[in-house]
Ligand binder design. Structure first.
Ligand SMILES: [Zn+2]
Ligand SMILES: [Zn+2]
Length: 301
């Protein structure tokens, strides 16, 4: 970990480059992953015999180096990050949801769909149009996010991006189409400590898959510490001044990567809890005059 920091300061690189670098480092330490990626390259195209050989070798490699489920530690027979049992236990939001913050209404009738804004959204009127979260931050999902974020298992980024893609398919995300992804930034000190911004890595992977531009235009200028034990109004007060546009002039217009003016922007983060962080970020983005600001997170707490 220390060696990695010495070689390259994470602040010097974009999230996409950081993701590639971390994945390269991880491949170097995992022979099974190297063999798997080699076999993928070998079986490219429509050559039947090559595909057959690659498949046979892959089964052999899986038998030698079995994939372990990230949530329960059992061998994953599918070769995926989650075993079949744990995949089934990933919870999707059910019942009727607040159209704005995706909160489930208590005691709502099963069957799905959206309702108008909840009491909290009416009271606080967040600066984002809506916040979409495809899965619930409980059980298996909590394990995956924790491993990704705090244990540096960056290869899980792909699994998180799979869920995010489900989020992109949400009606609220399809119309109008997303033009720019903006990751929620980490404070410089936290970035140094962790080596990567989890929201940035997921945004980079999602942007690559969906062909959407990623603009890292926000910066966190104040470290707010752990907010887990604070109430919503305290969090809001703490967070209001924590974010700002990296370079207001770039964001407003002259082109280049920082451009968010007159575009449909979507904020990206890992977990949505109260929505206070996303609200503070959306307010900061407002100064760059985007056409709209929505939010997409992996999971909802
Ligand atoms: Zn499992
Ligand atoms: Zn709501």
């Amino acid at each position: 970990m220390k060696e990695r920091k010495d070689r390259q300061d994470p602040e010097d690189s974009t999230d996409a480059r950081t993701l590639q670098r971390l994945q390269r480092e991880q491949r170097r330490t995992s022979p099974a992953a190297v063999l798997a990626s080699g076999l993928d390259a070998f079986s490219v195209g429509d050559h039947g015999l090559r595909i057959w050989i690659a498949k046979a070798l892959k089964n052999f490699v899986n038998a030698l180096f079995p994939c372990v489920c990230v949530a329960c530690g059992e061998v994953s027979k599918t070769g995926g990050f989650l075993c079949v049992d744990c995949s089934v236990r990933v919870e999707r939001p059910r019942g009727t949801l607040c159209v704005c913050c995706s909160r489930s209404f208590a005691g709502a009738i099963e069957g799905g769909g959206f309702c108008g804004p909840c009491a909290e959204c009416l009271r606080l009127s967040p600066a984002f149009e809506c916040a979409v979260a495809p899965v619930r931050a409980s059980g298996v999902v909590r394990e995956v996010v924790h491993s990704f974020k705090y244990e540096g298992r960056v290869h899980l980024c792909g699994l998180l991006a799979d869920w995010m893609q489900e989020g992109l398919a949400d009606l609220r995300m399809r119309d109008p189409p997303v033009e720019v992804l903006v990751p929620v930034p980490l404070h410089r000190a936290r970035l140094r400590e962790r080596g990567f911004n989890q929201a940035g890595l997921v945004a980079a992977e999602l942007g690559r898959r969906a062909g959407i531009e990623v603009c890292d235009v926000l910066e966190r200028v104040r470290e707010t510490g752990s907010q887990a034990r604070l109430g919503r109004s305290q969090r809001l007060g703490n967070l209001r001044a924590a974010f700002r546009l990296r370079n207001a002039r770039d964001a407003r217009g002259a082109g280049g990567c920082g451009r968010i003016a007159e575009r449909h922007v979507v904020l990206v983060d890992d977990v949505l809890t109260t929505g206070a962080t996303l609200d503070a970020c959306a307010r900061a983005l407002g100064r760059g005059r985007p056409k709209s600001v929505r939010a997409l997170t992996v999971a909802r707490g």
